[in-house]
Write a new protein. Structure first.
Length: 376
């Protein structure tokens, strides 16, 4: 059971109702209004039920649930373990007042305010309060991979992007999350693959965030991509906390391009969050910085002449800085190359210098090509 809002057309009051999920078998979440709890404004306590995320949801330029803890109201039923076609129900919460003194609400699912005259006029016959973005299609992962930093000595998490160059046509695609795990530097990787999104366990003892409700930190494609772009392009980053709800703030989309001092909370809708200086705010910054070598890089001495492998297929990437890097050695900064023979990789390494068709490739140019091949 959870709580949701309905507009009573006879009284004009917004009411708080007890709800449950039904299982329509269509892959689209559907809520049933069971009984009225009270009118808005009569709540003695905030009726929010939080739990660690059992699913991660995101849309272009946004990450639902503000990358940390989700409300149960966001999740209904999904058609499969992962997809890109979920239409999730609104999660409407009170959010103070508009400048004219009228009550204001906020949709935590679709990250937009509700309560202007156009919103009231658009309320369906059922009375259910839905925001103007309620039909937005989202990607999701149910029961995502959870990274526990106590299990492995060395963990690396990257934003996986399409190749910058390839012997075959490059298919643009959205970012993914690539994970390496090793028990030690001498061991082979126990995990080396892409995921749609992942979750990192979080211990309050680390003291990275103000809210005591945060037990997991989600790494989604939009958040990881913007974080890597900020590192590559030298944007000033930090992490500002909302003074109303205590959640870390995440800048995405247009808000992640230019550092700024006034921010908007994706968790509660507070639009008066001020950082000490102009920054791009992301919870991935303190997570990234807690490991000593996250910002240490070396250019490998290795060199590769691809012309010596004429006739073989290849993929080329600019190496990208890790979102997480727990190893006790610096990251390698260079050009990563795969060369294939009979569908098997004969080269899979990062090089300081790579020559192709007699010309030495430039890492910065490759980064721009990778970003251009990324759907976002």
């Amino acid at each position: 059971m959870f709580y949701s809002r309905k507009l009573n057309p006879e009284t004009g009051e917004v009411e708080v109702w007890e709800c449950e999920w039904s299982d329509p078998g269509t892959g689209m979440a559907k809520k049933d209004f069971i009984r009225k709890h009270c009118n808005e404004g009569q709540l003695e306590v905030v009726l929010e039920q939080y739990s660690a995320a059992s699913a991660i949801c995101w849309a272009p330029g946004r990450t639902i649930g503000n990358i940390a803890v989700h409300s149960e109201e966001v999740f209904g039923s999904f058609a499969s373990k992962a997809g890109d076609n979920a239409v999730l129900p609104c999660h409407i919460v009170p959010c103070g007042k508009f400048r004219n003194g009228a009550n204001r609400w906020y949709c935590k699912t679709h990250q937009i305010h509700w309560g202007v005259k156009a919103d009231l006029a658009a309320v369906p016959p059922s009375g259910e309060v839905t925001c103007s973005n309620h039909l937005m299609v989202m990607s999701y992962v149910v029961d995502p991979l959870v990274i526990d930093f106590n299990d492995f000595e060395q963990i690396g998490v990257w934003c996986s992007l399409p190749p910058a160059m390839s012997s075959k046509p490059i298919q643009p695609r959205p970012p993914k999350i690539h994970v390496h795990k090793r028990f030690s530097a001498r061991d082979k990787k126990s995990l080396d693959m892409d995921f749609d999104a992942i979750v990192c366990s979080y211990n309050q003892g680390l003291g990275l965030f103000s809210s005591v409700e945060i037990t997991q930190i989600q790494i989604t494609p939009p958040a990881a991509f913007e974080f890597v772009k900020s590192l590559e392009e030298g944007r000033t980053m930090g992490c500002v906390t909302c003074k109303k709800c205590g959640y870390p703030h995440l800048d995405l989309g247009n808000f992640a391009i230019t550092p700024h001092a006034k921010h908007f909370c994706g968790n509660c809708g507070n639009d008066s969050i001020w950082s000490d200086g102009k920054i791009v705010s992301t919870p991935l910054k303190p997570l990234h910085d807690q490991f000593n070598n996250s910002n240490s890089y070396i250019v490998p001495q290795r060199a590769l002449n691809l012309d010596e492998y004429a006739g073989l297929d290849f993929d080329i990437w600019s190496s990208t800085p890790a979102v997480l890097w727990t190893a006790d050695r610096p990251q390698e900064k260079g050009i990563h190359v795969h060369v294939y023979k009979d569908d098997q990789r004969v080269i899979d390494d990062t090089f300081g210098r790579v020559t192709h068709k007699g010309r030495e490739l430039e890492r910065n140019t490759l980064w721009q090509l990778m970003a251009g091949n990324t759907l976002y």
